[in-house]
Ligand binder design. Sequence first.
Ligand SMILES: Cc1ncc(COP(=O)(O)O)c(C=O)c1O
Length: 360
Amino acid sequence: MDHELLRAEFPVFQETAYLNAGTCGPLPRAAGAAAVGLLHGAEHQGRAMPHFETMLAAQEERRARYAEVLHARTEDVALTTATTDGIVHVLQGLSWRAGDEILIAEQEHPGLLGPLGVLVRQHGVVVRSAPLEDIVEAVDANTKLVACSHVRWTDGALAPAGLAEVGRQIPVLLDGAQGLGAVPVDVEALGCAFYAAPGQKWLCGPIGTGTLWIHPEWQSRVEPRAVGYLNLDTPSAGLQSRPWPDGRGHDAIATSAEVTVAAVRAMDVLADVGWDAVLERAATLAGTLADRLAESGRTVAPRGRTTLVSWSEADPKAAVARLNEAGVVVRDLPGTDLLRASVGAWNDEGDLDRLLGALG
Ligand SMILES: Cc1ncc(COP(=O)(O)O)c(C=O)c1O
C-alpha cells in the first residue's frame, strides 16, 4: 500500500497531525469536492427530478459500500444518520416488557446509554452492567439483549470473541462506532444480531451518515418506527404501503444528496487502497504509538489490536491544548485522566513523532 498517496487525499495533513478519527475521520478532498459540485449544480439548475435521481442512486451506492466493509448483503443494511440512530432503531423496534434485562458493558458511550435510559422509563426494562472483558460470563437466564461496544471508546479494548457464541442464544447489539473501518468486521462471524456504526469516523464521511446491519433472522422482530416515504417497499400503495421488510425499512427518513455523494467518495478513497491494507496499517501504527508512549514512561491503558490509544496525563485538558498549539489533534476523555489518539492508515510516523515531541 502506498500510504503517502492515501495521505495526500486528505488536506488536513498539510498542516496537522490529525489523530482524531475516533471523533470524526479526516475528510478526503474528493468527498468535499463531490458535495460542493452537487451543491453548485443545485444552485444553478435547481433541485428537480434529476437531483433526486442522483440522490437515490448515490444512496444505493452508499449502501453497497457499507455492505462491503460489513461483509453483509446490501438489503440487510440500513442507511442511518449516526451510530446512535441505528441503536435507537433497534432498541425502539424490539418489544419490551417490564423487568426484561439488558446486559451492557461498563464504560459504554452516552450514544448507547441515552437510548437505554428511554427504555427504562418507557417500559421498565432493567439494565445491568459488567466489565466488557467479563460480559460473556455475565449473561444469565434473564438476559434478553446484550448491548455493548465492539471496540471500547475509552481505551480501544475489543469485545471478547466469546460474544459470538452468546449471539447464538440471545441477540447481541454491537456498537460499532470505533469498529467499522477501524478493525475487521464480518457481521456473521461476530455473531451479532445488530451492528450499528457511523459514517463520519473511520469511514471518513460527513457527519449525518451511518449504517445499521440487521441479521435477516431479526428483521421481522424489529419494527421500523420511523417510516416515511423513502424507506417504503411500494411508495405508491398509499395506506397499504409498508416499509421494506429488511434493513432498508430502517433507512433514515431523509438524507441530502451532497452528504450521500461525499460519503460514497470517502469510502471509495479507502476501498481503492483496499480495506485489508487500511485496517492492517492502522492497527500496526496504533500499536507502534502505544509502544512508544510506554517507552517514554507513560501509562498506556490496556487495549486490543485496534486503532485507539489512550494514556494518562496529569492535566489532560492542558495537554490537549498544548498539543493543539503544536498542530497535533487528539482528545481527552471527560471524567478520566486519559488522552486518546486515533490512528488511521492515513497517519504516518511523522504524526507520531510530532505527538511525542509536543508531549515532551
Ligand atoms: C463507542 C461509541 N458509541 C457511540 C458513539 C456515538 O456515535 P455517533 O455520533 O455516530 O452516534 C461514539 C462516538 O464517539 C462512540 O465512540
